[in-house]
Design a protein around this ligand. Structure first.
Ligand code: RNT
Ligand code: ZN
Length: 416
């Protein structure tokens, strides 16, 4: 059987479930997913030589990490060409490029420090998303930034937040594509804190001050990311899930759900329907926690499938900002990017090929036996054929690792 026949067979099998694989494929081709630049260099960035902190950690010493902006951009090119569908690029403020010019501290970053990225994006028709960097910096004092009791520390980071929003507005203007600015602050305590409300009050006031500087909602959307704990911040985080949803709801921000940021048995998939009911927009950081917020490469597993299923079934594909977030230094970093992106795309395609209409009708008719059986049977439908057809139409090979191995041999192995 050639690919065409294989796919036609799969298409007819899916039609028996009322699923149109043609519209699934076409729909997914237009769905953007934002690629995190920080997988390529282990979240080091270009604006400091210090170690990664803020409760996140990259482990592994696989050779070939990008050391310069040029190397990181070349690696992104290599990765993106193997990713099916529309990719956006997600930058962190610590990826500012100063070149021969003077360096600027985080509170004085300006759009021109990202000119090289804007050129890179424009030449490739990529949209840019942005993240202020509230970690790996000496002004992260005693584990706190915007919630610090020290006004000087808070003010520094308030200025950082404001200049990051300006930079993202500049991206949107230059590229003609709206930019998502995501705020994640690592603030928290290792020890059980005596005062739990004070830091949250200061955090809210600092965020208020950033938002008071204003932004153009046609150019940027602002999201807020919560977290349950971090390394060295085990007992308390300031921007907890409740803080995030309450603050976002009251200030028109987009709540961002990172599936590594909850208790291990808590399901982000189950939060999505409620979030989509009460918010115009939601945002996701798709990752793979292994026992803790360990940011492993995404795999095509139950968790990611459930996240994709709820996003699609709840009509959220147009309303969710989708992004990847993980950093693994123990494997080829380009392979990590590509494998993770493909796993999430696969999950989205799987969700688009789910017999939702039939299953939901069974649910409403209290025909739970039929609902159970159809949602079991669909699992063995010939999904591989639909995935391969999707890759073919997206112009990328189904079998991509040989290309990455070749790049490793030619390019990465020269970096030591
Ligand atoms: C950290 C958050 C955050 C970071 C990136 C680098 O736990 O998930 O999104 O991973 O900003
Ligand atoms: Zn995240």
């Amino acid at each position: 059987m050639d690919q065409r026949e294989y796919y036609e067979y799969a298409r007819s099998r899916y039609l028996e479930y009322g699923v149109d694989t043609e519209s699934a494929i076409n729909r997914l081709l237009g769905v953007p997913v934002s690629l995190h630049c920080w997988q390529g260099d282990d979240v080091r960035g270009f604006d400091s030589d210090g170690a990664l902190d803020g409760g996140i950690q990259t482990t592994g010493n696989y050779p070939g990490a990008a050391r310069t902006p040029g190397e990181l951009m070349a690696d992104i090119d290599e990765a993106v060409k193997l990713m099916p569908g529309k990719t956006r690029l997600n930058l962190h403020a610590c990826y500012a490029i100063f070149g021969d010019g003077p360096r600027a501290d985080r509170d004085a970053l300006r759009p021109e420090h990202f000119d090289a990225w804007v050129r890179f994006a424009a030449e490739r028709d990529l949209a840019l998303d942005f993240n202020p960097t509230y970690f790996s910096h000496p002004m992260l004092k005693n584990g706190l930034t915007l919630s610090s009791p020290d006004k000087e520390v808070r003010d520094f980071w308030i200025r950082h937040g404001i200049c990051c929003i300006r930079i993202a507005e500049h991206f949107a203007r230059k590229l003609g594509k709206k930019s998502l600015v995501n705020f994640w602050m690592p603030d928290g305590y290792k020890e059980t804190p005596a005062d739990r409300i004070g830091p949250r009050r200061r955090m809210a006031e600092s965020l208020d001050a950033i938002l008071a500087a204003g932004y153009d909602p046609d150019l940027v959307a602002v999201s807020l990311e919560s977290k349950v704990f971090g390394i060295g911040v085990e007992s308390y985080t300031v921007v907890s899930a409740e803080f995030c949803t309450e603050y976002a709801a009251r200030h028109g921000l987009v709540p961002l759900f990172d599936n590594g940021h909850y208790h291990p048995t808590e399901s982000v998939a189950d939060k999505i329907p409620t979030a989509l009911l009460f918010n115009d927009r939601i945002a996701l950081h798709v990752t793979r926690g292994v026992r803790w917020d360990s940011d492993h490469v995404c795999r095509f597993n139950d968790e990611i499938r459930d996240i994709a299923l709820e996003t699609v079934r709840c009509g959220g594909l147009d309303r969710a900002y989708l992004a990847l977030d993980y950093f693994d230094a123990s494997v080829n970093r380009i392979a990590a990017w590509v494998a993770g992106m493909r796993a999430f795309r696969m999950a989205l395609l799987y969700a688009l090929c789910w017999p939702h209409e039939k299953a939901a009708a069974f649910q409403d008719g209290a025909e739970f036996t039929d609902m159970l059986v159809i949602t079991e049977q669909i699992k063995t439908a010939p999904f591989a054929a639909v995935w391969e057809e999707f890759c073919r139409r997206a112009g990328v090979p189904a079998d991509w690792l040989p290309e990455v191995k070749e790049y490793e041999r030619k390019v990465l192995s020269a970096r030591c």
